[in-house]
Every structure is written in structure tokens, then in C-alpha cells.
Design a protein around this ligand. Sequence first.
Ligand SMILES: [Zn+2]
Length: 355
Amino acid sequence: MSRIKPCPECGIPQRITKHNTWLPNGTILEDNNPEHRVVFIENDALRDTYLGVEKMLGVPIDNIITESQRRSTYESVDNALPGFLKPILRWTGTRPITRYLIDQAKLDGKGAVELVSFRRRKRKEDYIKLRIREPFSLPLFCGNFAGAMEAVDGREISITWEETAPHEYELTAHISTHDVELKERLKRRPARYKPGDTKLHRCEVCGVPAIMSRYAWRLDRGIIENKTTGRRMIIISTATQDAIMDELVKELGETIAQAVVDAQRKLIASGFFSREEIKEADDLRLEFAYRGLGNLVEIDFDHDHLFMRLENPCLNEMVAGLAQGLYEQASQRKSRLDWEIVENGDLVVNARSRE
Ligand SMILES: [Zn+2]
């Protein structure tokens, strides 16, 4: 645990401040790589999105979530591993790869993970068992675990889990004797971002937005929380969320997009953000920017409408629902929503009063 040191000024773990860059264009990039965009968002927003979709469909979508996450993690770990290292890790990599999963979960707020036991002898009945407490999302973590192990081990993996105590689960990765089949690569959206000039007041020591000191990293629990409200936050890849959304739409149809919008609208309209957090347009710009949700370049808000234009948008359905929810919360009215990605790539959202 002591290996993860906080910034002496703002208290954010140095591993976060070194590896993530908050750009003035409303994006957060991991290792300054445009393909590795992340967002820093409320875990409830993610949870309610999936719950909303399940409710609409009346069936669980855990498998789709796990599969998309597995492919996404497989590709990023496979890309990150230097070629010469792969044959070595195939035999010896259990501890390094579980260490990677444990640290990643701890830093990104995904839960407290530990290695329970393993057997990797390149035979039948090989397995790795992990324990996770307070997981941010069990299906997403199962996908993370399976994808990372497959990239390192090269054999197909299936995951089973059981609840061993409240909020505590034991996950077993069963390693098959079959090699991982090469699947079609996930379609990634091209990472071209517009420049921006959002003024973020920054920590003088590490350079992350100073507002991030609102949040505490409880590293022993793998939890990031808002110091005032206790609300749980997570850092997740936008590419993975896009992949899950694409997969859901492909499997289940376009109505999924509406279910995601509605889930966010309901969450936000129920008073998710306090009036203290969002008093005026500049506050909202900042809230979008440090979460990495994009650069809010236009906002027009009145009792009968809310219009927004966001450069470098991501998680479009969620953000459209968020905007609608903000309007409904502030105006106490029901609304009609139009949103689209316009030709230049911006997200344009328009919520209008129905009353
Ligand atoms: Zn700092």
C-alpha cells in the first residue's frame, strides 16, 4: 500500500497525477495517449445506466457487459505488452498481472482486490482465484479479469463467482486448454480532439485540477469518494463504454439508447447534484471538464429550455440524459429532448419544456 504515494499538496495519488493528463479541451488522457481517453464519473451514473437498460428489456445484460469489457481489456493489455515479454509472462506472469489488476482497481476506484490462490501449470484445471470487496460493477470487473488474463496467458478463460460475504465476492478464472481465438477487433472511434481553453485552476505541485481535492482516494477499500457527499467515483475508459453501448445496440436495438438517456435523466432529475454544486454556467463547464466529459462551449438556459453544445463529447447518451435531467431538476418541469452529434463532431442537446 505504501507504494502509492499522495501528492503532498492536493492528496491525489501520484500514480494518478503522473499517468493522467487533464487537458483544457475537456478530455482526460491516460499516458497522454489519445486512444486512452478516460472519464472520472459517479459510479451511480454507470450503475443506473445498466439497471435502466435491464429494466426496459426485462432481462439481465451482464453477459454483454462482461464480454465487451473482456475484449476491450484484452486488446489494451495485448497492445501494451512488448512482444518479447509475452512468452515469459505466459509462464510466470500470474503475480505481475494480478498486481496490475489490484493496483488498477485501487487507483480507479473499482474495489479492493486480492489474490487468493492460483495454479498455472499449462494443464487442465488451471485457475486463478481473486477476492474483490465493494466492486464498482461485478460484470465489468469479471470482464477486466478475463481480458487481462487471456492477454497474458494466451488461453481461453471463463469466470465464475460467488458472494462470500456482503459486498465481497470470490472470482475464479478457469483457464481452459484452448488458445484464445482471435476475434475481430473492436471498432474504436477515431480519437481526434479539438483544442480548447477551459481554465482549470490547478494544483501547483502535480498539475491536476485543484477541484480534484474534493475527492478522497480510500486506497485500502479501492474507493474514490466525494469528501462532502460520500458519493462514489470511478475512472473508466471511454472506449470500453462505447464498445458496450455499440454491442447493446447491435444485440438489442436502438431503443437501448433511449433507455440510457432516460436512466440518466431520472437519476439527475431526482436531485443527484446539489444546488451548491451547480449554480451557474461556469460551474457546469467546470463539472464537465474535470470529469473529462468534454468542453462545454455553449450553454443557454432558461425556465423553458436548456441548450448545450459540447466539443469532444463522449458517452453521448448518458450526457444527453444528464443535460435533460439538469433542466428538469432546475425548472421542475417535464421536457422533450432532442440531441445529436452534428457534422463537426460536437454533441448538441436541446431540452424544452412540455408544459
Ligand atoms: Zn497535487
